[in-house]
Design a binder for this molecule. Structure first.
Ligand code: DX5
Ligand code: ZN
Length: 219
């Protein structure tokens, strides 16, 4: 497993009226990367951010690692626009693609890292053919579409199953309902990247929450 859990705030919960300020604040507070949730109103019942928002994050934080989570019906259409907008990493959903390997290779050919995401009801075996290829496995611990939902503990068994089958250089990221109280269980299951939205941005002390998430301790 890579050295420590990374913490990536999901800007879906940020104050969009002050997005640049919010991005800088979480980075100052110790965030390892910025998680950008992209929703098309079709794959999930919500609309969120397009490449222009990603480019704005890049302008606000020229050196930040930007992790784009595509929750869209046709991810192939959006790989180039997001990489052109400054994304370092793109995850696409296994439920949305017929030939995931080709798209993962396409992302990697553009010098970005590639992840494959699984909805809560999707079994880990659905991504088994990608264990040698993807850089990251994004296990969803809520139903995609909205921040602020309750953590689904069944995601932990999926994290364990995937972690046991991939190398130490590949990451497992948990996304949805992650907070300081359940972060320890996430880390112990073998997850080394924690996405967290509402608990960070609702707090009046971003540094404290990010530190608690990474340490796997707190309330
Ligand atoms: C849900 C998104 C998550 C979400 C996380 O569809 O993929 O990244 O913003 O937010 P919290 O931590 O509030 O569940
Ligand atoms: Zn996400």
């Amino acid at each position: 497993m890579l050295d420590r859990p990374l913490v990536g705030p999901s800007i879906l919960s940020a104050d969009f009226a002050h997005l640049g300020r919010e991005v800088k604040a979480v980075l100052r507070g110790g965030a390892d990367y910025i998680h950008v949730d992209v929703m098309d109103g079709h794959f999930v019942r919500n609309l969120s951010m397009g490449p222009a928002i990603c480019a704005a994050v890049r302008r606000a934080a020229p050196r930040a690692w930007i992790d784009v989570h595509l929750m869209v019906t046709d991810p192939a259409e959006f790989i180039d626009p997001f990489i052109d907008a400054g994304a370092n990493h793109i995850s696409l959903h296994i439920e949305s693609v017929r030939k995931p390997a080709a798209l993962i290779r396409k992302i990697q050919s553009r010098a970005a890292t590639a992840g494959i995401a699984l909805k809560p009801e999707t079994p880990w075996k659905a991504v088994a053919s990608l264990f040698m290829l993807a850089d990251l496995f994004l296990v969803m611990s809520v139903h995609p579409g909205f921040s602020g939902q309750k953590f689904l503990p069944s995601a932990l068994a999926k994290v364990r199953a995937i972690r046991a089958r991939i190398s130490d250089r590949q990451r497992v990221e948990l996304d949805g309902g992650v907070n300081p109280s359940n972060a320890r269980a996430c880390i112990d299951a073998g997850c080394d990247a924690l996405v967290s939205g509402s608990v960070i941005f609702a707090s009046d002390n971003y540094t404290k929450v990010i530190t608690q998430l990474r340490a796997g301790s707190g309330r």
